[in-house]
Design a protein around this ligand. Structure first.
Ligand code: PEP
Length: 262
């Protein structure tokens, strides 16, 4: 459980929900979550780009405490990058958190550690918070290479960022074999890796920076697995894919995380 850190539950909607469906999900979530829940937990939603403006106006009009997020951005501010979205455009839409280095982006779109690091810096430069995703494949886990892989991705991802910027970041530990598969790492596995990430950040910065950074677990998180995950000292929240598409399930996850922090 967070040590003075506010837990963060993030819903990654991936390429699901058009802007009408996204608005319906947001409204249902607003109805399901009591206002005071946001005093104990931060909640971010990461819809597809085409939904962001719609959610932004609704969040603003209803004075909702949900944080608007994005799933990705380019690292350049403008230019000949057909199909890409600038971090400056996201910042203008009041986006607060941007996922980068998600395993699907790494695997399907060729994003390597260098590109991910450039995105981290661009997101920070636009005063948004990167959610830096790291994680090992099943083969790497079975070969005993989990820490080497994950800590290598963390070091590469935060390279060149200032300590106060690192302190503001979120790292999501997402074992690739647990994403969208229904398989969840045990709470102890999640703690072991999240603890190793925090120690590595402390070694490369200092204890106070490592104590401020928030580390999420992601990989088939459901309401039924949240309490045990959140009870771990170095797990500060969850990055939730599939279960975030169902407002009832996602609201349950948020409420459990809020309970865990009170
Ligand atoms: C994710 O999208 O980052 C994720 C963890 O998905 P799921 O919860 O569906 O495994």
């Amino acid at each position: 459980m967070p040590d003075g850190r506010v837990p963060l539950i993030s819903g990654n909607w991936k390429m699901n929900l058009d802007h009408f469906e996204a608005l319906r999900n947001l409204q249902k979530l607003a109805w399901l979550l009591p206002k005071d829940v946001y005093e104990r937990v931060d909640v971010s939603l990461h819809p597809p780009f085409t939904d962001i403006r719609t959610l932004q106006t609704s969040i603003e009009a209803d004075r909702m405490d949900v944080l608007l997020g994005a799933q990705h951005c380019h690292h350049e501010v403008s230019g000949a990058y057909t199909g890409e979205v600038s971090p400056a455009f996201l910042a203008k839409l009041d986006v607060k958190l941007v996922i980068c280095g998600h395993s699907e982006r790494r695997e399907l779109f060729g994003e390597n550690d260098e590109i991910v690091n450039a995105k981290v810096k661009a997101i920070l430069a636009h005063k948004m918070t990167p959610i830096l995703c790291v994680g090992e494949t099943l083969a790497e886990r079975e070969a005993g290479e989990t820490e080497a892989k994950v800590l290598g991705q963390v070091a590469a991802g935060i390279a060149g960022a200032k300590k106060d910027q690192v302190a503001s970041m979120v790292i999501a530990y997402e074992p690739i074999w647990a994403i969208g598969t229904g398989k969840t790492a045990t709470a102890q596995d999640a703690q072991d890796v999240c603890g190793a990430i925090r120690r590595a950040v402390a070694a490369s910065t200092d204890a106070s920076t490592a104590g401020s950074i928030r580390i999420q677990y992601g990989g088939s998180v459901k309401a039924g697995t949240t309490a045990e995950l959140m009870a771990q000292p170095d797990v500060d929240g969850a990055l939730v894919g599939g279960a975030s598409l169902d407002p009832d399930e996602f609201a349950q996850i948020v409420k459990i995380a809020a309970g865990a922090s009170s």
